[in-house]
Design a protein around this ligand. Structure first.
Ligand SMILES: *Cc1c(COP(=O)(O)O)cnc(C)c1O
Length: 389
């Protein structure tokens, strides 16, 4: 039996193969093409601070794709997908879950499943992803009024905010609040568990109970920061959307968890959106590697430490932040730091680091940011805040 190994800077896979000379040659050709492919060169994400989705899938993820089951995901026949769904539902303590293509699809599937007969409204923080980054999906797909709330403490929604803005009256003027959609983390900030619990408890004693949805695209980060456990979140919410591509580094996919009854409705909403897929193991297999290797493997914690160190250095050098760094996102206040966007971007490009769009002034730390790129980021901070000339 012959063994062949493909290694890139940070990860490797090896294959063992047997068979005729022809078959071996064919395998060797495949291995050669993998080692020349984008899969073997994932270090191009090592200097990319634009977002935590600027990661590259790894060779172990490719290996998982190669060894996945290939049953039909739409018909619920794929073992790898079913096992991932069971696994994630177990992590948050919900009955069931459903694989979707993206975080936006996950939120939209969840909202569509929670909302039954109009008129209705969704209460959410005005900064929420469902409001600002999903092309008006909840309005287009659900016909829901979105009640945008500005947190009175300037950081996160509290029960007082929710009580003040929820529509509980059901006269013919009203679009009653049927969903409270929270986000954790939101812009990298953590929502305190005590406030989530208070809102959840209140929502559930309303008549009818108000559905609690969590946009947990970056919930992993809150857990890594020690703010809550997945189970504690599971107890507070009726549905949770979690991204496999933000911070976790999988190539595709998100998941929505909930009761079995809710996930049955979610299947229908996902079908409407064209999000049911055939050999979904190709998506589920690398997602599982991402959870085990990056989240449980402790790699996100190291990225958060880099974020904290970067924020501290920025302030030490006299720079200002828009708000405190609680997880993996650092929000520089360019204006208050005396910088124009042009100066900032032009200087960054000299240090071989990528910053800027989609969110200017924000730095995202993911596990593939290298120590070398971090050093260059620090040099960039010094150059842009303390120019020598
Ligand atoms: C990224 C993100 C999503 C979903 O994004 P997709 O690009 O659709 O996967 C949803 N919510 C939040 C808070 C996000 O940051």
């Amino acid at each position: 039996m012959a063994t062949s190994t493909i290694a890139s800077t940070k990860n490797e896979i090896s294959f063992q193969f047997e068979g005729s000379d022809d078959a071996q040659q064919e395998r060797q050709r495949l291995l050669d093409s993998i080692s020349k492919s984008a899969w073997a060169h994932n270090n191009e994400s090592s200097n990319d601070f634009r977002s935590d989705f600027f990661t590259k899938p790894t060779l172990p993820m490719l290996e998982a794709v190669i060894s996945t089951s290939l049953g039909d995901g739409d018909m619920g026949e794929d073992a790898t997908t079913n096992s991932l769904c069971e696994y994630v539902a177990g992590l948050v303590g919900h009955d069931a879950s459903i694989l979707v293509m993206s975080g936006s699809m996950g939120n939209q599937v969840a909202l569509r499943s929670a909302l039954k007969a109009p008129p209705y409204s969704i209460l959410a923080d005005y900064r929420g992803h469902i409001i600002n980054w999903e092309s008006g999906g909840a309005t287009a797909l659900c016909g829901a009024l979105i009640k945008m709330v500005v947190p009175s403490n300037g950081h996160h929604l509290t029960l007082d905010d929710v009580k003040k803005h929820a529509i509980l009256s059901e006269t013919y003027y009203d679009a009653p609040t049927r969903v409270i959609s929270l986000e954790n983390t939101l812009w990298g900030t953590v929502m305190p568990l005590s406030d989530i619990r208070a809102i959840s408890k209140w929502a559930r004693i309303q008549d009818p109970p108000i559905h609690m949805h969590l946009d947990g695209a970056r919930l992993w980060e809150a857990v890594v920061a020690g703010a809550c456990t997945l189970r504690e979140m599971g107890e507070c919410f009726d549905s949770i959307q979690l991204c496999f591509t933000k911070g976790l580094g999988a190539p595709i996919g998100s998941i929505v968890t909930g009761t079995s009854e809710f996930i049955k409705r979610a299947n229908w909403a996902r079908k409407h959106l064209g999000g049911s897929t055939r050999q979904s193991g190709v998506i589920a297999a690398p997602a599982r590697v991402a959870i085990d290797d990056v989240f449980l493997g402790g790699k996100m914690k190291l990225a958060q430490e880099k974020a904290r160190r970067a924020a501290a250095l920025w302030e030490e050098l006299g720079g200002r932040l828009q708000f405190a760094t609680e997880t993996n996102l650092v929000w520089l206040d360019l204006e208050k730091s005396g910088l124009t966007l042009e100066q900032y971007n032009a200087t960054a490009s000299k240090f071989d680091i990528k910053v800027g769009e989609p969110v200017n002034g924000r730095l995202a730390f993911h596990y593939q940011i290298s120590d070398e790129a971090f050093v260059r980021l620090c040099e960039f901070f010094r150059a842009v805040l303390k120019p020598t000339s």
